[in-house]
Write a protein that binds this ligand. Sequence first.
Ligand code: TMP
Length: 233
Amino acid sequence: MTMLYEGKAKQIFSTDNPNEIIIHYKDDATAGNGAKKGTIVNKGVINNKITAIIYNYLESKGVKTHLIEVLNDRDQLCRKVEIVPLEVICRNMVAGSASVRYKIEEGTTLNSPIYEICWKRDDLGDPLINDYHAIAFNLATEDELKKIYKMTDEINRHLSEMWHKLGIILVDFKIEFGRTSDGEIVLADEISPDTCRLWDEKSHEKLDKDRFRRDLGNIEDAYIEILRRLKEL
Ligand code: TMP
């Protein structure tokens, strides 16, 4: 196996099949575009499981994903895709950078979800852009953007309902999409407490990576709690 790419939380390996890759989940954690670095014990094992449960759930609802199968504790076999260089963010409540940017208190509810796109450019800190930038910079076509927003809306509806059944508020999340060899847009990357804000419905306790970003402690316990609740599905 050849390593094709190493990101902050995952490594990507080639397989004998040119249309398939292996994603290896690491314990490394970063925040603030790499400014803060650390490890969360067993995060890779937990996020591999969490992503698989969520992607299988979404597949059962008709959302196409890159996941083929979980191979072991840290590895997933996935369809090889060309990643659309956008971070697609969906917000159901104000939190994080939206709270800072608009000076609105965290936890404020919204009339409707907000969808944002950021250009995946580590050297620029993944700047917020709009559809015109995405098309002008050749990051995605107009048709691809339409498909991406439609899928994001479906994913948000399915996951908000799923988390609500488990007593959790889906405050916001980030997803990424890929193009398969036949040009289909599928959900790629991961969905885990690294990439979502998840608050307990009753206590509003944060059960996600904000515990690492903001030095709140009990990080591992939060990730384990999220996996425990997902197993109730
Ligand atoms: P933000 O409030 O920092 O913009 O983050 C919004 C959501 O996107 C939050 O759930 C965390 C997630 N996210 C990532 O997964 N990766 C990133 O690089 C960023 C900036 C946010």
